[in-house]
Design a binder for this molecule. Structure first.
Ligand SMILES: [Zn+2]
Length: 252
């Protein structure tokens, strides 16, 4: 997201900024190992059998949208990090995990190579193309990955926005719950309805959520968002929530 979301209360942040250290890195590493193990076990013993059992229903396909890309870098942090790069890194990890668990996936982009011509680029056309891809995917569920931004440096913390379609709120609230509980217990933000001006969630005719993983305007949060281990943890937790959502089982 480039702009502050109008519905995001100013007080919903705390001042306990993140400082990378050995124990936090170890925590993330252990979390990743545990979650990967849990996801593998769950995939083998529960996921495939339950979903296969309902073979008469078209299996869900997770459409993963790595927000922005190409000439559109999204929000840019003080150290020059592009939101689009963080979005893609998390999205690629999410795709790998969900596909590893035997589920179908579609990506709106796989790299940063498209849309590099400023003269021909149209943000509206790009978003329309992505919405078309979502809406032509049978039994789709959309997860769009973005980062937040604010005019001041203090606001921080992940926040999930969910569309008004179907039970999108169930998926969105579970992602928020897992991100807060496993990665950032001091984050007081709540999952919230997506504003109507968010094109993809507004135009997707399927369950859809947009995950703001953190704030590009908060230098300490950017340090986290750039870490491989933190990106893995974000992807694993989002994947776990998705697998729970499509199966009705509790994974974590
Ligand atoms: Zn964005």
């Amino acid at each position: 997201m480039r702009k502050r979301l109008a519905h995001t209360p100013d007080f919903l942040y705390n001042k306990n900024e993140y400082r990378p250290n050995r124990s936090s890195a170890l925590h993330v590493f252990v979390l990743v190992v545990l979650l990967l193990g849990a996801a593998s076990i769950w995939a083998i013993f529960r996921c495939s059998s339950r979903i296969a059992a309902s073979a008469h229903v078209t299996p869900p396909t997770l459409v993963i949208d790595a927000g922005h890309g190409g000439i559109d870098g999204g929000a840019i942090s003080a150290d020059g990090t592009k939101e689009s790069d963080i979005n893609l890194a998390v999205a690629l990890r999410l795709e790998s995990i969900v596909r590893f668990c035997g589920q179908k996936t579609v990506m709106t982009r796989w790299d940063d190579s498209k849309k590099t011509d400023i003269l021909s680029y149209s943000e509206h056309e790009e978003l329309r193309d992505r919405a078309d891809l979502v809406n032509k995917t049978e039994n789709a569920v959309l997860i769009s990955i973005h980062q937040n931004c604010y005019p001041t440096a203090q606001p921080r913390g992940a926040q999930v926005l969910y569309s008004s379609y179907g039970d999108s709120d169930r998926l969105g609230k579970r992602i928020q719950e897992l991100l807060v509980a496993q990665l950032d217990p001091q984050n007081r933000r709540l999952a919230a309805p997506a504003p109507s001006e968010l094109y993809l969630t507004a135009h997707a005719r399927c369950p859809a959520v947009l995950v703001e993983c953190g704030f590009m305007s908060n230098n300490f949060e950017v340090l986290k968002l750039k870490e491989n281990g933190y990106q893995n943890a974000l992807a694993l937790l989002i994947a776990a929530a998705y697998l729970e959502y499509i199966s009705g089982n509790s994974l974590l």
